[in-house]
Design a protein around this ligand. Structure first.
Ligand code: UN1
Length: 506
């Protein structure tokens, strides 16, 4: 029973507990921690009518927020970042309890929220446009950036608060409100993060109350958000199937989308790779977060001269990876989110065995202690071909190892996946490194050298190509995704010369 641990996190943040330990009725949302898999309470889910009312309120608040000077909007985000600093431990623990990631990663997730708040505060004074040379005399041209409109955020269980924060911090400084549909598997993290933001609004900007709201509940709320005419942009993180539905629904309504839909990320281990660094990086990326990041390392192409060494080293490391209670010091791999995730992993491994692949690990652990939770030993799969199972993203800790002979072949194997999120190369060769990040190299949104596929900093634009959806969130100029660009041409003369030299004399 994780109820007391979860309640302690809420108390530490000074928040009112929104759930009870009833058996739930009607639209109630069952609460469970993947740590033990047991239901510990129920939360009233948001009804369609509630959702409509919340969206309407956010839409009304949007109008005045959009006209508030951007640095004043940044001040609210700055205060939110301060609140997150104050409550980092409690919120980080809640993330670990509700998503099952280890405490270190739960704390890291809150740090990622703090980082994006800091970034957004700086941005609030830098929403710059260009000035452009006009071809006409006495004309000035420039670009101005304006708030885009109310933003909908759909987030996944594996980053239950950070991905929302990437979107919310930028959307807010850019002048937009945010309606958030979190995963039904992690509603408490969402409610806690939203409550911390609400408190900041109450104290620092009560006139904008209701600008950011959360809709805890199931898929129908996500569909309602996508269809609602007041919501102008949808930023969705999750499966490719979900993203396709969201993308098509938004296209029909000319809504903007930012899609971040998982990946089937690969590493290439070249002959010159520093193996100490490579093994550590591969293990963090493949087994960390129990393989449940969109950036998780799933495929490794290892030079044929190294395949045996790398396989043996990984086998040794994997055999003694501490799997267990994610809140316990020393654990490196927590549980999968639920039993269904365990079944999906077992089915993928069975398909690999049927192909003739050798599988190391992958078995269920701690079943006696946690009969309703799903702990597994991360798996290594040895294969000589990149088969369909390997080309399918299984959201679990499975790392495929396959030999290659030339870098061109390895790059082609990397690029053969339908997703295009993250990729990396381990090498000491400058020539190989530059080739990998060139136009002839990885086709992914993220291409790293001598670090793993996961664990990106917030300062870069985050996202990927192909079935990953093409969206970019977080750093760099991703803020432009939350704003409307206007091109202004101003004639300060008293003649009317036309562009392209066109004559139109009346
Ligand atoms: C995700 O899994 O949806 O780069 C996001 C990373 C994290 C974000 C992952 N900063 O692994």
């Amino acid at each position: 029973m994780k109820a007391q641990d979860v309640a302690a996190c809420w108390q530490a943040m000074g928040l009112r507990q929104p759930w009870d330990d009833s058996h739930g009725a009607g639209e109630a949302l069952a609460l469970r921690s993947p740590v033990d898999g047991e239901i510990f309470g129920h939360l009233p889910a948001c009804t369609v009518a509630d959702a409509d009312a919340r969206i309407a309120r956010a839409h009304a608040a949007q109008t005045t927020w959009a006209l508030t000077p951007a640095p004043a909007r940044g001040e609210v985000v700055r205060r939110f970042g301060e609140a997150l600093r104050t409550h980092k431990t409690a919120l980080g623990r809640l993330v670990a309890l509700e998503s099952g990631k280890i405490l270190q990663e739960g704390l890291g997730e809150v740090q990622e929220m703090i980082d994006i708040c800091d970034f957004a505060v700086g941005l609030s004074r830098q929403l710059h446009g260009l000035t452009i040379a006009s071809e006409r005399p006495a004309h000035a041209m420039r670009e101005t950036w304006h708030p885009f409109g109310l933003c909908g955020v759909i987030s996944a269980f594996n980053f239950p608060v950070a991905v929302w924060a990437w979107n919310a911090a930028l959307a807010l400084v850019c002048g937009n409100g945010v309606v958030w549909k979190p995963s039904e598997k992690t509603p408490l993290c969402a409610l806690a993060a939203q409550a911390l933001l609400d408190r900041v609004f109450d104290e620092a900007a009560p006139q904008h109350a209701g600008l950011c709201v959360v809709l805890p509940g199931g898929r129908t709320l996500g569909a309602q958000l996508v269809q609602h005419p007041a919501v102008r942009l949808i930023s969705a993180t999750g499966s490719t199937r979900m993203g396709r539905e969201v993308g098509m629904a938004c296209a029909g309504r000319f809504k903007r989308t930012i899609l971040e839909l998982g990946g089937n990320n690969a590493a290439i281990v070249a002959p010159s790779a520093n193996l100490e660094l490579t093994i550590r990086a591969m293990t963090f990326s493949a087994a960390g977060t129990a393989g449940q990041r969109c950036t998780t390392l799933r495929r490794a192409f290892v030079h044929v001269d190294l395949i045996e060494t790398v396989t043996n080293r990984l086998r040794q490391v994997y055999a003694r990876l501490p799997v267990g209670d994610p809140l316990q010091e020393g654990t490196l791999v927590g549980p999968l989110i639920d039993m269904a995730a365990g079944d999906t992993m077992a089915n993928a491994l069975a398909a690999c065995r049927a192909q003739g692949n050798v599988v190391h690990g992958g078995e269920r652990l701690l079943a006696d202690r946690y009969p309703h939770a799903c702990y597994v030993r991360p798996a290594l799969v040895l294969t000589d071909t990149q088969h369909d199972t390997m080309l399918t993203e299984t959201f679990a800790p499975i790392l495929y190892l396959m030999p290659y002979t030339s870098l061109d072949e390895a790059i082609a194997l990397n690029n053969a996946a339908s997703h295009g999120l993250s990729s990396c190369l381990f090498t000491e060769s400058l020539r190989e490194a530059e080739r990998f990040v060139s136009a002839a190299g990885s086709d992914c949104g993220i291409a790293n050298v001598n670090i793993g596929t996961s664990g990106a900093e917030i300062g870069g634009a985050f996202g990927g190509e192909k079935a990953t959806g093409g969206g970019r969130e977080s750093g760099s100029d991703a803020w432009k995704g939350y704003m409307r660009r206007a091109t202004n041409t101003i004639n300060y003369g008293d003649a009317l010369p036309l562009a392209q030299g066109i004559r139109f004399d009346l």
